[in-house]
Design a protein around this ligand. Sequence first.
Ligand code: SF4
Ligand code: SF4
Length: 86
Amino acid sequence: MIKTKYICAVAEELNDINTGAWKTYPLLLDQAKCIKCGLCIQYCPTNSVIRDEKDGFFISLEYCKGCGVCINECPRGAISYVKEDQ
Ligand code: SF4
Ligand code: SF4
């Protein structure tokens, strides 16, 4: 797995805060829609998108803060919020 490092000190601090995997609206990254452009990794302020050379991109829910930046930047609409019980 490859995790991109940022030079922003604030982002690095946020990245270290584990908020736990449970969220009311966790993010879902649809692998079928993903074209592996990497924009979500570039824009995620908390370094919560992880690229696995074999399996593609996925979101670490333990560290995702739910800001939605990746949803806005994804050109394929591959990332969305889902209700926890769906
Ligand atoms: S919602 Fe925000 S913190 Fe979570 S993966 Fe997307 S950009 Fe990163
Ligand atoms: S921005 Fe969207 S299409 Fe690009 S790698 Fe991320 S999830 Fe896949």
